[in-house]
Design a protein around this ligand. Structure first.
Ligand code: ADP
Ligand code: MG
Length: 341
């Protein structure tokens, strides 16, 4: 359809800036990219489906921002510096007002993180977005999930649970009594965490060589920390022929970094699920040797990203939640992360 090309020229081609003269962005059959010397390419993909990953009424601007942000968050978790992204866009109709807002959202994140849009595909169907982003890490420096070590400190960036509480707010699922206690500013912050997550790229590249493992929290702290332990244990199985030490984690709930809204919510409801299993955090969870903690604090300060110690990697399989040092009931922890199937 001719309209498809108009649409690409009008809305997407202008976002293809920032490539070097040797590189090719939108307009040919494929993009051509140069790999910086002594670096490896990291590639990530994430799909957002309307009604599954964002509520139907989400604005086009927010959808655009989030579809790119969640991919940049994956790059951050690998310790990569972002290089660019491509966009697979399935649209139910050619709605110019919607597209204009959508392109504005893309422009905002494209400019903030200086990443060109390098290509994509446009089709007709139920609203779905697939972004593939790429970035660069120095050779052999990518941070993997599988690198955790027994004794490592477990740390997270910023605060947890805001996106999940934001979703409850957006879907009108919060108790009236509770939401009336939130200030307008607090409500805005929760919705912003949901719709406008900030990928932690400000600190990501500096984590290479400093932390042993990393993951971005998209399905909830317990589920994602679980993935780190699972990959770590799998690697240990591969490496050791005989005796295998399975590692687990101990998390101190009173140390989890919470915004004032999430703190109020927990005080009232005693429901920790937005923090432990809510999803939509897009914060980093890293494990590191204790000796690197001062350096991590220094980096955190320089980059303006809050980093908090929340627990440690232990020699016992499982994730153990403590409240002021005391183990808490099993049923409490059974809330696991979001699963699609
Ligand atoms: P082809 O027919 O070779 O698949 P297309 O007609 O799909 O090419 O796309 C033409 C150009 O526009 C390509 O460079 C492609 O990468 C780019 N493009 C198509 N859709 C999008 C999109 N949604 N976002 C960014 N670039 C796009
Ligand atoms: Mg082609």
């Amino acid at each position: 359809m001719a309209l498809e090309f108009d649409l690409i020229d009008t809305y997407f081609k202008p976002l293809s800036q920032g490539l070097s003269v040797e590189e090719v962005g939108i307009g040919d059959d494929g993009a051509v990219l140069s790999v910086p010397e002594n670096h490896q390419m990291v590639v990530v993909t994430d799909t957002l489906v309307c009604g599954v990953h964002f509520p139907l009424e989400t604005s086009a601007y927010d959808i655009a921002w989030k579809s790119v942000a969640v991919n940049l968050s994956d790059l951050a978790a690998m310790g990569a510096s972002p290089g660019g992204y491509s966009l697979g866009l399935t649209l139910p109709e050619n709605d110019q007002a919607w597209l204009k807002e959508f392109a504005k959202g893309l422009r905002a994140i494209t400019e903030q993180f200086k990443i060109p849009l390098i290509g994509g595909d446009t089709t007709k169907g139920p609203l779905t977005l697939t972004v593939t982003a790429h970035g660069w890490v120095p050779n052999q420096q990518a941070i993997l999930r599988s690198g955790a070590q027994v004794g490592d400190l477990i740390c997270v960036t910023e605060t947890l649970g805001d996106g999940a509480l934001g979703l409850k707010l957006a879907l009108n699922q919060l108790d009236r009594g509770f939401s009336s206690e939130l200030s307008e500013l607090e409500k805005q912050a929760l919705l912003s965490a949901l719709n406008h997550p900030i990928p932690q790229l400000a600190i990501a590249a500096d984590l290479c060589g400093l932390v042993n493992s990393a993951i971005d929290i998209s399905d909830g702290l317990l589920a994602d920390l679980g993935h780190v332990l699972e990959q770590t244990n799998r690697k240990q199985h591969k490496l050791s022929a005989g005796l295998i030490l399975e590692s687990g984690a101990e998390i101190e709930l009173t140390q989890l970094p919470l915004s004032s809204s999430v703190e109020k919510y927990i005080t009232q409801t005693h429901d920790w699920s937005p923090v432990l299993s809510g999803g939509d955090d897009y914060q980093l969870c890293v494990t590191l040797n204790k000796k690197n903690w001062p350096q991590l604090q220094k980096i955190a300060q320089q980059s303006g990203v809050r980093v908090t110690q929340i627990g440690r990697v232990v020699e016992q399989k499982g994730i153990f939640c403590l409240m002021s040092g005391k183990p808490i009931a099993d049923e409490f922890v059974k809330s696991t992360g979001y699963s699609h199937f």
